[in-house]
Write a protein that binds this ligand. Structure first.
Ligand code: HEM
Length: 529
């Protein structure tokens, strides 16, 4: 429910400067802490030597679910406690903006839904969410199968070339298939990245890399005058953005030209098998009406391209990585797929339908467990627009998040919280079938499998200890889409192939982009089952 009359608090430059000075005096001087949070002075080596979400885990174990990370003059509040996370995401979503994240993403996503401030967000969310209705998702399942079939055909060809087996970087393959899917689903554009390379694909990847670079670089040099002319990577970024914008603008024009064509009635009746272009863009243009500017449409498309591509590729990658290390679990997963879809004896790959995806519970729980251990993104970023007193969870401190404070919700820590999960570091999808309670975490209802109602366990099932798609008003709008897509793709690949790690699991390594990447790909030995 979005309240039309609500106006969020405003944050002025004076608020930011005054908070900054106070924080420095509190952290490095004698002034008493106004927010009551334990202070952790982060070591520069810890914070720049690797992905920041990894560095925050030992700090969390030492300082608890709420602590303040002081890193030079910059101070962040780090939250890793379910009760506190519930307060921020569910109870007070509009007391926060996207802060630093919005600043980083603005040049790429503009006023798209992820970085959008409240006034833009409330209109666009209303327009976009109905696009993900059941009939459309059902139709998309066919698309997921078609694109995964292409992946399977490519793997078959590699195996044939390698006389029965091939070493394949599965992270790269999952990235290609999810890019193809999101392009067709969102704006009816065939990247065809499973079969070819193209400048537009390269442009999309370079922009994602730039977003990652900007989110981890300590000084925003790209805002300096002429940076996009003098600095080669910024020049390249600008050219790539121009190419993507031209392509998206062309697609918007094409969708607008479609308006009123012969299949409009079928589109209105949601009879997608008879609709020529069933993309989300077509829905936005032809069903939701014309009161949206082209530039807002561009921002929406760009946001969904980025939000829906890498995330799904990452969950597939980490899920395969975890399964390949547990042969016994892998065998049970494959048995479930065979049971639901029948064994893969023929040459032509077949894709699961919606009902079959619903039946493959263990496959879906494996994907959920991969999202628990490797959440995408591992940190959610916010900035306080007003003072927010926090409830007590595992710790006893009385903490108030002060207006202007930058906040990191560490989903990585939350999903590995030793008070909320049994053997938190173990890949065990069946944990989602067992209840778990801990009276030590005050006001936390625990994990209750009876509350699973859709395709995956979520924030309700876990009382905010598991938030794979975020929670509250700013929760992901593509969660069902992503779960259907990932289940279809994983089931099709596991049904046909055996996967073996080609290097030690500990050597795979992690890098932080918009999501968690492997450090050098996920090379696997692939053979036909
Ligand atoms: C938001 C995760 C797939 C579109 C989010 C958020 C998370 C998330 C955690 C909340 C961000 C925050 O609170 O700061 C994921 C994961 C995915 C996935 C793990 C795949 C496994 C998708 C797909 C789409 C999508 C397929 C679109 C087709 C969005 C949008 C938002 C969002 C538009 C912003 C919602 C808002 O602010 O109102 N996603 N996502 N995501 N996601 Fe996803």
């Amino acid at each position: 429910d979005i309240d039309d009359d609500f106006v969020p608090s405003q944050l002025g430059i004076k608020d930011i400067i005054s908070l900054w000075i106070t924080q420095i005096l509190q952290t490095y001087g004698d002034e008493e802490s106004k927010d009551g949070a334990p202070v952790c002075e982060g070591s520069v080596d810890d914070l720049v030597g690797g992905p920041i979400f990894l560095a925050l885990y030992p700090y969390f174990l030492r300082y608890g679910g709420v602590f303040k990370l002081a890193f030079g003059p910059k101070v962040f509040m780090v939250l890793s406690d379910p009760v506190v996370v519930r307060e921020v995401l569910k109870e007070k979503p509009f007391a926060f903006s996207k802060g630093v994240l919005a600043e980083i993403l603005e040049p790429i996503m503009g006023q798209g839904l992820i970085p959008a401030p409240y006034a833009v967000w409330k209109n666009r969310r209303r327009q976009l969410v109905p696009g993900f209705h059941k009939a459309w998702l059902d139709h998309m399942v066919g698309l997921f199968g078609d694109c995964s079939t292409q992946l399977v055909k490519n793997l078959d060809a590699e195996i044939a070339k390698g006389n029965g087996s091939a070493i394949v970087d599965m992270e790269e393959r999952f990235c290609s298939v999810s890019l193809d899917i999101i392009g067709l689903a969102v704006f009816n554009y065939d990247f065809g990245s499973t079969t070819r390379e193209s400048p537009i694909i390269k442009a999309v990847y370079t922009c994602l890399q730039e977003a990652a670079h900007r989110s981890t670089f300590y000084f925003p040099y790209w805002n300096l005058p002429l940076a996009d002319v003098l600095v080669p990577r910024q020049r390249e970024f600008k050219n790539n953005m121009n190419l993507i914008n031209e392509t998206l603008n062309g697609l918007i024009k094409k969708a607008q030209a479609f308006e009123g064509t012969e299949d409009l009635e079928e589109l209105q009746n949601r009879d997608y098998s008879k609709v020529k272009d069933p993309s989300l863009l077509r829905f936005l243009v032809d069903i939701r009406g014309a009161d949206v500017t082209d530039s807002q449409l561009r921002d929406d498309l760009m946001t969904m391209l980025i939000a829906g591509h890498e995330t799904t590729a990452a969950v597939l990658t980490w899920c395969l990585y975890c399964l390949a290390q547990d042969r016994e679990l892998m065998a049970r997963v494959v048995a479930e797929i065979d049971d639901v879809m029948g064994p893969a004896d023929g040459e032509t790959p077949t894709a699961p339908n919606y009902e079959q995806i619903q039946k493959m519970e263990l496959v879906r729980l494996c994907l959920a467990e991969a999202l628990r251990l490797y959440p995408e993104p591992p940190i959610l970023i916010r900035r306080c627009l007003e003072d927010v007193p926090l409830p007590k969870g595992a710790g006893d401190a009385n903490v108030t998040l002060i207006k202007g404070m930058d906040v990191f919700i560490s989903v990585w820590n939350l999903h590995r919280h030793p008070d909320c999960w049994e053997e938190p570091l173990k890949f065990d999808p069946t944990r989602f079938k067992r209840p778990f309670q801990n009276p030590g975490v005050k006001d936390w209802a625990g994990y209750n499998p009876d509350l699973i109602s859709g395709l995956y366990p979520n924030e309700v099932t876990s009382d905010f200890a598991f938030i794979p798609f975020g929670a509250g008003a700013r929760k992901c709008i593509g969660d069902q889409f992503a779960m259907l897509e990932a289940t279809s793709c994983l089931a099709m690949t596991l049904r046909r192939y055996d996967f073996e790690m080609t290097k030690d699991a500990s050597e795979v390594g992690m890098e932080m982009g918009a999501t968690i990447h492997t450090a050098g790909g996920l090379p696997m030995k692939v053979t036909r089952r």
